[in-house]
Design a protein around this ligand. Structure first.
Ligand code: AMP
Ligand code: MG
Length: 349
């Protein structure tokens, strides 16, 4: 009996020693809801107390930016849009000026395919709502009228803290790149605190810096039509991976899908693309580019990518055909079970 107790004691001691010698999990995870999606923070090798503090600060930042940048709830963008619609100059604070200038710059680079001033069109389609719109199509004459007025960022002049427009139908909607910009801000905050290995993921759109210990970060890209992953990408260093898809917000009328990415030239949802994934260093550019290349579609994504300085693209067209450039092919691992045609384009540079 005594022997048994001694052995039990030794066993427990051994277990306790081995538990103490196990390294603590170096990965910290946190999640919260902002920008209409789940934001996921992963930090590597950060002391838990520091990780908790920084994660709460990032959550507060995301919530503040979401309110500040909202296109149809009370805030600076809504006030700005109301003034622009009345042809009145609007005075806005420096942070917002910077945001608008960045949106305008990316729009010009995309030759208007990423168009952050088509807020009236997006509202007409019913996407200015947190709930999915219940399927009624907008009046086609109303769409035609708005498209004929051609709202574009070059209708807008920014002078110091004043914004003026020549075209009263412009209305800012920053939904095509706001998540990216917010992720860039979060990464800046992490770096300012000396954190070098992290992922900030907003509903599958993310920026990853550093790596996961000895290994690169591995990122999954969602299949646009089936549950699960279509491909994966490794990141070691600093890269943003953004996907625009027709599955994120949509409704159906008579079996046809109407989604939230609008071709500013027609006023209708861009119809030839199912999803576009881009990799780029900063998240704001990656976000705007994914939206722009979605609109560009399978025949014109390469020129749009070149215009925006994007070097890695995968586009899935409405037939399920995968288009990509050689540099993307060398970075992406498609699911080996995937039964899809891949068309390899010319190099982007
Ligand atoms: P994303 O998921 O990044 O492609 O962004 C889609 C969101 O951007 C939509 O919900 C709209 O708010 C806005 N949007 C739709 N079409 C465009 C466009 N052509 N250019 C810029 N923003 C757009
Ligand atoms: Mg986008």
């Amino acid at each position: 009996m005594t022997d048994k107790i001694t052995w039990l004691f030794i066993l427990l001691l051994a277990l306790a020693v081995s538990a103490c010698s196990q390294p603590k999990d170096p990965v910290f995870h946190d999640q919260f809801f902002a920008f209409g999606t789940l934001i996921d923070i992963t930090l590597y090798g950060v002391e838990p107390g520091i990780a908790e503090t920084i994660s709460s600060q990032i959550e507060a930042d995301f919530n503040a930016l979401h309110t500040e940048w909202h296109a149809w709830q009370p805030g600076p963008i809504l006030s700005l849009n109301e003034k622009l619609a009345q042809h009145r100059p609007a005075t806005v604070k420096p942070g917002i000026i910077h945001l608008l200038a960045e949106a305008n710059r990316l729009s010009l680079a995309s030759k208007g395919l990423f168009n952050p001033v088509i807020g009236n069109l997006i509202e007409l389609w019913g996407f200015h709502d947190n709930a999915l719109p219940i399927g009624t199509l907008p009046d086609s004459a109303a769409i035609e009228n708005l498209v004929a007025e051609n709202p574009a960022v070059d209708d807008i002049t920014i002078e110091s803290d004043r914004v003026v427009t020549r075209n009263a139908v412009v209305a800012y909607d920053l939904g095509g790149f706001a998540k990216g910009l917010a992720i860039d801000r979060a990464i800046e905050r992490l770096r300012d605190s000396g954190i070098e290995h992290a992922i900030i993921n907003a509903g599958g759109d993310l920026r990853a810096i550093g790596q996961r210990g000895e290994r690169p970060w591995r990122i999954g890209i969602r299949h646009p039509r089936e549950p699960g992953i279509l491909a994966s990408i490794e990141i070691a260093g600093d890269d943003s991976v953004f996907t625009s898809g027709d599955y994120e917000r949509f409704f159906e009328v008579d079996g046809k899908r109407y989604h939230h990415i609008i071709d500013p030239r027609s006023g209708y949802p861009a119809s030839e693309t199912t999803s576009v994934t881009v990799i780029h260093s900063d998240a704001a550019t990656a976000d705007a580019a994914a939206t722009a290349l979605f609109v560009a579609g399978p025949d014109h994504w390469q020129i749009a990518a070149k215009n925006m300085g994007i070097r890695f693209v995968m586009l899935i067209d409405s037939q399920g055909i995968i288009h990509m450039n050689p540099a993307m092919q060398s970075r992406i691992q498609l699911d080996p079970e995937l039964d899809a045609t891949v068309i390899l384009g010319d190099p982007l540079q």
